[in-house]
Design a protein around this ligand. Structure first.
Ligand code: NAD
Ligand code: UD1
Length: 335
C-alpha cells in the first residue's frame, strides 16, 4: 500500500516513516524542511535499509500536490505537516492558520479529485482545553483552546467531521496525541527543535548537555502529587506504531471517522520526569522552581481504553525508555 506522508521529515513523521517502512508500506514523503533537516531522510534509510520517494515542497502548493498524486498511486495520507509552537502561534496567528488549516484544505481537495479517501490526521490533546477531570476520554468536550495552534487543530477536526458527514465514503482517523517524547533507539532520529525548546523533555536534554544552564520548573503549587504539572508522556516510537494501527483500522470493514487518544494512560509530574532522567542517565539536572507558565493546567492524561479496544494499541515503552532514548539522541546526533 502506498502512503503519502506529509511532514515526514519531522519528529513524529520520521519515526512513523520508519515503522511504515518496517511494515512494508511504500512511502511518498512531502516536506519543506521548515522545521526539519535533509539528513533525517538519510537516517530513515539507514535505520530501515529501505527507500522511498521524496518531494521537497510546501503543502500550500496545490500544483505540487497535484503532481504527487499524478505521479504516484497514493492510497492513503498521513498528515503531519503543520507548525506546532504554541507561543509562536500567539504572535503569528495568520501564519499558523495558513499553514495548519489552509494547507489541509488543499490536500483534501486534491485527495477528492483523485478519489483517495483515507486520511490519518495529527491532532492533539490540546483540543480538550482545561479538562474537567482526568483521565480524559475521547468524548470529553473539546474547545476553549487558549492559543491559535490549539484552535487550528480544533478547526481541522471540525473540517474533517463536516467532510465525513457530507460523504461517508471517507475513512478518517483523528489521533489526539498526548506528550510525545523520546527518540528512536538508534539515536539517529529524534526531536531536534530549532532554537530554544519550549517543551519539557528537549529542555532537559539541553540542560543535561550544558547547552542551557538551568531548567525552570513552572510552578509547584498545582493540585498534583508533588505540586508540579502532570502529563501523559508517550514514547515517540509507540506513538508511531499507533499510526500503523490506525491505518489498519481504516483498511478494515467497519470504516468511518474515528477519534483516538494516543497516550499511555499514566501521568508523571515534572519532578518525577527529572528524577527518572537523572537516574537512568546518571546525570544531574540543574533546576529551579519558578512561577507558573500562563495557560498551563494541573493534570492532563489520557484514558487509553478506546485505542486499546478498537485499535489493539498498547504502549510498550516506559518513562525510563523515554528518558534514555531522548538523551541518547541528544548525545549522538547533535554534535
Ligand atoms: P515537526 O515540526 O517536527 O514536524 C512537522 C514537519 O512538517 C516538519 O518536518 C516541517 O518541516 C514540515 N512542514 C510544516 N509545514 C509544512 C508545509 N506547509 N509543507 C510541507 N511540510 C511542512 O512536528 P512534530 O512534532 O513531528 O508534529 C507533527 C504533527 O503532530 C503536527 O501536526 C503537530 O501539530 C502534531 N502534534 C505534535 C505534538 C508534539 O508534541 N510534537 C503533539 C500533538 C500534536
Ligand atoms: C505543550 C502545549 C500543547 C502541546 C504539547 C505537546 C502549551 C501550553 N501547551 O503542552 O499545546 O500539544 O506541548 O507538544 O505549551 N515545564 C516546565 N519547564 C519547562 C517546560 C515545561 O516546568 O521548561 C512543565 C510544564 O509546566 C508542564 C510540563 O512541564 O507541566 C510539560 O510541558 P510541555 O512539555 O511544554 O507540554 P504541555 O504544556 O503539556
Amino acid at each position: 500500500m502506498k502512503i503519502l506522508v506529509t511532514g515526514g521529515a519531522g519528529y513524529i513523521g520520521s519515526h512513523t516513516c520508519v515503522e511504515l517502512l518496517n511494515n512494508d508500506y511504500e512511502l511518498v514523503i512531502l516536506d519543506n524542511f521548515s522545521n526539519s533537516s535533509k539528513d533525517v531522510l538519510d537516517n530513515i534509510k539507514k535505520i530501515t535499509n529501505k527507500d522511498f520517494t521524496f518531494y521537497e515542497g510546501d503543502m500550500i502548493d496545490k500544483n505540487l500536490l497535484q503532481t504527487i498524486f499524478n505521479e504516484n498511486e497514493i492510497e492513503a495520507v498521513i498528515d503531519f505537516a503543520a507548525f506546532k509552537a504554541v507561543g509562536e502561534s500567539v504572535s503569528k496567528p495568520v501564519a499558523y492558520y495558513q499553514n495548519n488549516v489552509s494547507t489541509i484544505l488543499n490536500l483534501l481537495t486534491i485527495m477528492q479529485e483523485h478519489n483517495v479517501k483515507k486520511l490519518v490526521f495529527s491532532s492533539s490533546a490540546t483540543v480538550y482545553g482545561n479538562p474537567a477531570s482526568v483521565p480524559i476520554t475521547e468524548d470529553f468536550p473539546i474547545g476553549n483552546t487558549t492559543n491559535p495552534y490549539g484552535t487550528s487543530k480544533l478547526m481541522v477536526e471540525q473540517i474533517l467531521k463536516d467532510l465525513y458527514n457530507s460523504d461517508n465514503s471517507w475513512d478518517i482517523a483523528i489521533l489526539r496525541y498526548f506528550n510525545p517524547v523520546g527518540a528512536h533507539e538508534s539515536g539517529l532520529i529524534g526531536e531536534a527543535p530549532i532554537g530554544k525548546p519550549n517543551n519539557l523533555m528537549p529542555f532537559i536534554t539541553k540542560v543535561a548537555k550544558g547547552e542551557l544552564p538551568k531548567l525552570m520548573v513552572f510552578g509547584n503549587d498545582y493540585n498534583t502529587v508533588d505540586g508540579t504539572g502532570v502529563r501523559d508522556y508517550i514514547h515517540v516510537v509507540d506513538l508511531a506504531i499507533g499510526h500503523i494501527k490506525a491505518l489498519e483500522k481504516l483498511n478494515k470493514e467497519n470504516k468511518g471517522l474515528f477519534i483516538y487518544n494516543l497516550g499511555t494512560g499514566t501521568g508523571y509530574s515534572v519532578l518525577q520526569l527529572i528524577e527518572t532522567f537523572e537516574r537512568v542517565n546518571n546525570i544531574r539536572i540543574n533546576y529551579e522552581i519558578t512561577d507558573r507558565r500562563p495557560g498551563d493546567i494541573d493534570s492532563c492524561y489520557s484514558d487509553p481504553t478506546k485505542s486499546k479496544n478498537e485499535l489493539n494499541f498498547q504502549t510498550k515503552k516506559s518513562l525510563d525508555d523515554m528518558c534514555k532514548d531522548a538523551w541518547n539522541f541528544e548525545k549522538n546526533y547533535h554534535k
